[in-house]
Design a protein around this ligand. Structure first.
Ligand code: GLN
Length: 230
């Protein structure tokens, strides 16, 4: 399982979210505290952020802990909306940029923490193995993020072994699901953080129960149960 983190709020330096906290994504790349599947997240990383309305991404297939260029530049990158991830590739998935979150359709940035049987996702014409998360992101983009709950419930029914923790943001809204792995929320005075696991020991982190949808807007955080037939 990968680890991801999202931010919606005031402009902040990206290093303060991703690199500086004591249990930041950088630390989670080699020593996650709550990871249930896999031991570390060394198969690449991606930081996406909104530059006004434009999503921009910096991704790599090397470990975040060793990226001195990102370490140098991240304090100068500021954004009000961020989706970042460190990756532990699922067995059989390619380690390449096309498989590295966050994914984008030009409007949303999206990360997937989990695994889903590619047989339940729409087929592609490619003969090459394509990462489950890449296909899943394409499906969610094609259905539209307003249908995120429906897509997750359907895939969860089609693949009972799927783990479907999604994190997505479009600059003014942030959505996340819990389906098989951890997620926590931190409401700060200057914005909201969603993260696979807390980046510090602030007692204000709140754990999100499994099989829930989190919807963050400037008006607040809404947490609702995902109810399927199962
Ligand atoms: N299945 C995805 C991949 O291979 C995500 C893996 C994960 O969450 N660790 O990249």
């Amino acid at each position: 399982m990968c680890r991801h983190l999202g931010w919606l709020g005031r402009d902040v330096a990206i290093s303060t979210l991703v690199l500086d906290p004591p249990h930041s994504l950088r630390v989670q790349s080699y020593a996650p505290r709550r990871q249930k599947h896999g031991m570390m997240n060394a198969d690449g990383w991606g930081v996406g952020f909104f530059d006004r309305a434009t999503p921009r991404r910096w991704r790599s297939t090397t470990p975040l802990w060793g990226d001195v260029s990102f370490d140098s530049v991240a304090p100068a990158l500021r954004s009000h909306c961020v989706v970042a991830s460190v990756r532990s590739a699922t067995i059989g998935m390619p380690i390449e940029l096309s498989a590295t979150a966050p994914f984008t359709d030009g409007r949303w940035l999206l990360a997937h923490n989990g695994v889903v049987d590619r047989a339940v996702l729409p087929a592609t014409a490619s003969a090459e193995p394509i990462c489950d998360s890449t296909l899943l992101a394409a499906l969610i983009f094609s259905r539209g993020l307003d249908a995120l709950d429906e897509v997750i419930l359907q895939l969860g029914a089609d693949d009972p072994n799927a783990r479907l923790n999604i994190l997505a943001a479009n600059g003014s809204r942030m959505l996340a699901t819990t389906w098989g792995d951890t997620l926590s929320v931190l409401r700060r005075a200057d914005g909201v953080v969603l993260a696979s696991e807390p980046y510090d020991d602030d007692p204000n982190w709140q754990d999100i129960p499994d099989r829930h949808l989190v919807d963050v807007t400037p008006d607040g955080v809404t947490i609702t149960a995902l109810r399927g037939s199962r």
